[in-house]
Design a protein around this ligand. Sequence first.
Ligand code: 4AD
Ligand code: MG
Length: 460
Amino acid sequence: MKRSRIKSVIKEGKKADQVMICGWVRTRRDSKEFSFLEINDGSCLMNIQVIADSSLVNYDEIIHLSTGSSVTVEGLLVESPGKGQNIEIKAEKIGIIGKAADDYPLQKKRHSEEFLRSIAHLRPRTNRFGAMFRIRSEIAIAIHNYFREKGFCYLHTPIITGSDCEGAGEMFRITCLDKLPSPDETGKKDFSADFFGKETNLTVSGQLEAELFALALGDVYTFGPTFRAENSNTSRHAAEFWMVEPEMAFCDLAGDMELAEDFLKYLIRFALEKCHEDLDIFSKFVDENLKSHLEAILNQDFIRLPYKEAVKILIESGKTFDFKPEYGKDLQSEHERFLTGDHFKGPVIVYNYPKTIKPFYMRVNDDNETVAAMDVLVPRIGEIIGGSQREERLDILEKRMDGMGMNKEEYWWYLDSRKYGSVPHSGFGMGFERFLMLLTGTTNIRDVIPFPRTPGNVDF
Ligand code: 4AD
Ligand code: MG
């Protein structure tokens, strides 16, 4: 007999259907003549109730089944007289596949997030994390659907890279050398004996490569893992995270902001429609106002706010921040939260940042002081998207790179794109985990990624 998933049995199963399901025991309750098993197979939040009659040949074993044990059940779907379910399985055969030892850590009670992080290999078996990772999967597919519907081409950019896109130097070096070369008198390190013959790192962003493809295919996007050795042990930063990066040729900053807003709203709408059963658990146990927060985002136009005005609002707020807001300094998360949570009470796109705090590739504005950058800030999370119009003018780009002390020769391929048929183009990066935090009300990034990598933490 073919195995059915519990989700389809609950949704489509009819009385008197003969079914076979496989899953793990969540709870067991015994009465005189029956044992009631709640079985979950991960296909949905719901368990299915199985009635094991004492006439079953292995009944003695069944009444000793512990939480976490794996079983197969064959039997008849019957209407359930009990509360909480419409349908249950009257078992004709229960196969015990793997017993769970008595010290199974997921006994039926609520566990703290910290504890569950320490058993990240087992936490997907809980309701909350099962729901989280089903939602994560659905949203990943929705991202592809969004760009596909819009005619974007999906691009795989390399994970091993020889360049630093963001210029922040927060990269994980990759080497096959036992001993790193020491710097020469000019400070240069000779990696010619290493695997690639030069210094290489894990990528912090696929943007530079995406730009090259946008200038050939028009509209492209990447969606993959990125790595940052930022030593910031915050609840919003991971050392390995997934980023979605669309890049559009013949597009300016206004078009970039439009896409960012449309994209976020599409994903939220998708989740409310297609993932509501799993989202419910977050409304129940994580944030009771979750749905109204999400609907509020759908129902408002994102504010467009020049950086200069953002700083003015922060200064004039009279609020004491840990970091004093000041023109020329990056916005801190407390500032982002003030703007979105207290002041505008909704998403805000801050744009035109001072060029001194932004990477080399951003387009210099006519004031020669700011660049065409934009960050989408949302309540409670802060920055969820960072993007910009790119500097398409070769002379200005080269000047900027010189000014920042960059080695232009290493970026010869990037500069070529400005030499041969350069066009205005724009793009952004959305942190996939930050989006999942917004969507589920989860406050720690470690709880939206299967196996989080943060400073000092690389278990599993
Ligand atoms: O603002 P960032 O650094 O922008 C870029 O990397 C650009 N190259 C993107 C582009 O224009 N194609 O990062 C983009 C987003 C942030 O807004 C944030 O959501 C997320 O990536 N992010 C992180 N998420 C988790 N952990 C970290 N350490 C993150 N750093 C950035
Ligand atoms: Mg950023």
